[in-house]
Structure formats: C-alpha cells, structure tokens
Design a protein around this ligand. Structure first.
Ligand code: C5P
Length: 291
C-alpha cells in the first residue's frame, strides 16, 4: 500500500462528568462520546526519510509539537521502521474546540501508517500508543458512540443511540479556543463540578436507549462548563438563545469552546442556524450535520 487517504471525523461529549482529581494530576471521569461526521482529511504515504508533514492551515505548526507529527514519530519507533513518511493534513475542524480534532488526527495517523506499512502493530499496541498520545485518542481508533472512563482512555464501544435517530446537530465555534489544561485546572475553584456524582453516565445511557431526544437532552451534562461559562459569558448567551429557539438539547463539548445543539430533523437545525445568525451575526464558525 503506497498512499492512504482517511477521513478524520470529530466528536462531541453528550456527558462529561468529572469525578475527582487523581494523584497523577489527571481527572477521573465518565464521558459519553458521540462521533460527528464532520471531518479533517489525512493523506499518508511512505517517504525515504524523516517526517514530512504539511497542512492547509498556515496557523497550525507542523513541527514536533503537532499531534500528527508526534503520532508518526511514536509509530515508527514502536514499529521499528527506519523509513520516513509524508503526511498531508487538510484541516476543517476548528482548533481548541472541544471536538477532538487533534486527537482524531493522531488516531487516524496511527491507523493509516499501520496500513501503509502492512500492519506491523496489533490492536493492543495501537491502543497503548493512542493512550500515550492523549486521553481522547483511543476513542478515535473506532467509529461508534462510546462510554469512556479512567482519564478518558478506557473506551467501551456502544451501539448507536435510538434517541438520536433522525437528529441533526448544529455546531457553533465562537472564534476563540479554550485550553483543555486551563479548563481542568480551573475546576479547583468549583468543588461541586470537580467531584461529580457518579452514575450520571448510566442514567443518560438509559435515556439515550429510549426514543425521546428532549428527555435525553435534559440529562446532558458537562462539568467543564462550570469554569468555562463564567469566563466566556457569550457561550452562556448562545446556550440560552438556542434553548429558547427550539433546540432539544444544548451543551458545550469537551473543554469547549464549541457549543452544540440537537434538533429533530434537518429543517429545525437549519431554522435554528438562521435564527442564531440573525441574532449573533455570521462571524462564528457553524456547521449543520446529521448524526
Ligand atoms: O490527555 P491530554 O493530553 O489530552 O490532556 C490534556 C490536558 O487536560 C492534561 O494536561 C490535563 O491537564 C487535562 N486532563 C485532565 N484529566 C483528564 C484529561 C485531561 O486533567 N481526564
């Protein structure tokens, strides 16, 4: 296999329930992750030496700080490959958005390289590599909804949720990002959010297995809204407006700054976007997608 092209989709967290801070500095959590079919694109092939990474987005560094670059270095090392690789990343997903764009890119780089080099790594090795690159990376080795625990790296694949059948999603990125490390560190000032009540995931999963989107939506929860919404009041305004204008569910994804809203059907999502833009203007990045 010479060159592999892969879509690298994003996710939202329907629930991100932080349970406590751990000794190693990470946070123990339970999260329900939903794949969203809005994607970056990776083109991966062999090269004679080194890691040649290019990207359509001039603002994204393509050096050793880029998660795709890190994934490639780690892969070649663990697989014992001395050849080089060339990778082109076409970025569509906004950065520092809570949509897992970078994590997905890392996971899909690992899978694409494994294909390009004729499968030197088994699933267990890929999973360990993915977890070493970031808490959200293992989720993207598969394409189903999932319950993730631990620091987010322990992924239990789930069947598609009946309550989301026929649902559409409006994604809104305000134009500024939120640092994941900042969001987690700021939880220290919000003890209730830091020490969440365990069991929220099981409760929401029950509702997602039913067929009432609005009922499930009322149980969506994100501990990281506690620090993020007071710091960025615009996000709280977005949420209030989306709820008042017919969204069945509204939440910040991950550590933000993306807000997502769910509707029954495409027409309602398009109408919601139109109303949103007539209220807040068109400067925010937006996307409407089926689930
Ligand atoms: O694992 P990842 O590199 O994506 O995490 C980024 C940052 O988010 C970590 O440095 C840590 O500050 C925070 N984090 C956390 N608990 C988690 C996941 C991430 O504290 N479960």
């Amino acid at each position: 296999m010479n060159t592999v092209v892969r879509q690298s989709p994003c996710k939202v967290n329907l629930l991100l329930n932080i349970l406590r801070k751990r000794e190693d500095g990470y946070h123990e959590l339970e999260t329900i992750m939903q794949p969203v079919p809005f994607s970056d694109r990776l083109t991966v092939g062999r090269a004679s030496s080194g890691i040649q990474l290019t990207c359509n987005l001039a603002t994204l560094p393509v050096d050793g700080t880029n998660l795709v670059h890190k994934a490639a270095v780690a892969f070649l090392q663990v697989a014992g490959i001395t050849e080089g690789v060339q990778i082109h990343l076409e970025k569509n997903i906004p950065l520092a958005a809570g949509l897992g764009g970078g994590s997905g890119n890392a996971a899909h780089t690992l899978c694409a390289l494994n294909e390009v080099f004729d499968l030197p790594l088994n699933t267990a090795k890929l999973q360990a590599l993915a977890a070493s690159l970031g808490s959200d990376v293992p989720f993207f080795l598969q394409s189903q909804p999932a319950l993730a625990t631990g620091r987010g790296e322990q992924v239990q694949q789930l069947a598609p949720f009946p309550a989301l059948q026929g649902a559409y999603m409006l994604l809104i990125h305000p134009g500024f990002g939120i640092s994941t490390a900042w969001a987690y560190q700021s939880l220290a000032r919000y003890p209730e959010a830091l020490n969440g009540r365990p069991g929220r995931a099981e409760e929401l999963l029950q509702l997602l297995r039913g067929n009432d989107l609005a009922a499930a939506g009322r149980a969506f929860y994100n501990s990281l809204e506690a620090p993020a919404l007071p710091k960025h009041p615009l996000l709280a305004l977005y949420q209030e407006f989306l709820r008042l204008n017919g969204a069945s569910a509204v939440l910040m994804s991950g550590s933000g700054s993306t807000t997502f809203a769910l509707t029954n059907g495409r027409a309602a999502a398009d109408r919601l976007l139109e109303r949103f833009q007539s209220k807040f203007g068109t400067s925010a990045w937006t996307a409407v997608t089926a689930l």
